[in-house]
Design a protein around this ligand. Sequence first.
Ligand SMILES: Cc1cc2nc3c(=O)[nH]c(=O)nc-3n(C[C@H](O)[C@H](O)[C@H](O)COP(=O)(O)OP(=O)(O)OC[C@H]3O[C@@H](n4cnc5c(N)ncnc54)[C@H](O)[C@@H]3O)c2cc1C
Length: 446
Amino acid sequence: MNALPDGRHFFRGDDGYEPARRATVWNARLPQRFPDVIVQAADVADVVAAVRYAAAHDVKVGIRSGGHSWAANHVRDGGLLLDVSRLDSCVVDVPAMTAVVGPGKGGSVLAVELAERGLFFPAGHCRGVAVGGYLLQGGYGWNSRVVGPACESVLGLEVVTADGEQVYCDARHHPELYWAARGSGPGFFGVVTAFHLRLYPKPPVCGSSLYVYPIETADEVFGWARAISADVDRRVELQIVTSSEIPGVGLRAPGIVLASPVFADTEEDAKAALALLDSCPVRDDALVAVPFAPADLPSWFEAVMSNYPSGHRYATDNMWTSAPATELLPGIRRIIETMPPHPSHFLWLNWGPSPARQDMAYSLEDEIYLALYTAWSDPADDTRYGDWARTNMAEMAHLATGVQLADENLGQRPARFATDASMARLDAVRAQYDPQGRFHSWMGRV
Ligand SMILES: Cc1cc2nc3c(=O)[nH]c(=O)nc-3n(C[C@H](O)[C@H](O)[C@H](O)COP(=O)(O)OP(=O)(O)OC[C@H]3O[C@@H](n4cnc5c(N)ncnc54)[C@H](O)[C@@H]3O)c2cc1C
């Protein structure tokens, strides 16, 4: 009864252990942490067997869906690493506009499949990220400023609990587990084997504006972006990416890219929603200025992925803030001055002010999101670049209200990611559903 699935598990030292461990992490920077056994679940029965095995042997469990946790949160020393990436089914009910999706399903794959059927889900911006980790932590996806973080579109979840029981949770069944699953991210205490999702009609028009500014205009661009932040139409996602070069437009010098997707009913609406972004005081200095161009999801995924090439070593850190530009600019200048080579970059995302959210563990967000993504390829540069994101965010921590779990670096820099009330409630729900601490939790917390 407590046996591991035959042919789908690898103990440390077995042939196949290291490839199985390597396969659980997208980041080329695989941590030197070694679970005792890795289980590659083929179905829910394998998940139940793995959790029961862990309980019988009193070992902890880490869970992997798409392996895009930058910190490789699920790879821990000792215990069992449960890889559920093969649970990637997707059943769509078009008239009901719902879907039942396995945790290993890629968000970008889901989004494109839904678009072909006239449907939409706020999947993440990148290829490879699976819905498993994405939905548990919140989920900042396409059109999320309108439809909310993707976890608000989770109607229910199928979960294998710490004692190996299969339960369904939603607002009426195991409501506290449902509350916790929407926002606890890598601290969730159960194995999600399926998400029941609310879908939306595909927005009729997708497009974006694109502006590229020279780095010398940084003070003006960020000062202006902060000043207009509350007025940016919620259908527009203003993303500002600063990097040491912008190969996409042939710029071999540091630059600032403002790429702003918009979802609207008509092209006129889309252009009107984007019009504010043409008002930057240094607009005449723009190296590229495209107020509107139609786009589709595949082309957006293509563009975003140029900032996140695979095969690189990554380190990230982040913060939410509502500080004024005058207070943010010294830190931004320091980020620019110390920026490692492309594709490392600094992201400014205009997010709030946000509407009231559902009652769920996800409970902390702010007007502006700042994130640093360091990317390099030579392991010999680990010391040189590995701490850039953390140190710069630590320097600005006095301006932060907290961090996102999407780009968490809690093992290196513990920080607040939920309200105090939510953290207390999460601890209470964990004590109820996982009293032995069977599942690994966040690698750090304040
Ligand atoms: C290139 C890149 C782009 C990204 N873009 C975005 C973006 O646009 N928006 C956004 O919001 N985030 C984004 N992220 C962050 C991403 O959403 C999170 O890292 C997310 O946790 C990844 O999910 P995953 O299933 O691929 O990762 P995993 O590493 O498999 O999972 C992350 C953690 O979630 C937990 N977990 C995973 N699956 C389960 C499960 N089935 N049951 C219980 N617990 C589980 C585990 O603790 C695990 O360590 C991006 C990350 C990368 C690397």
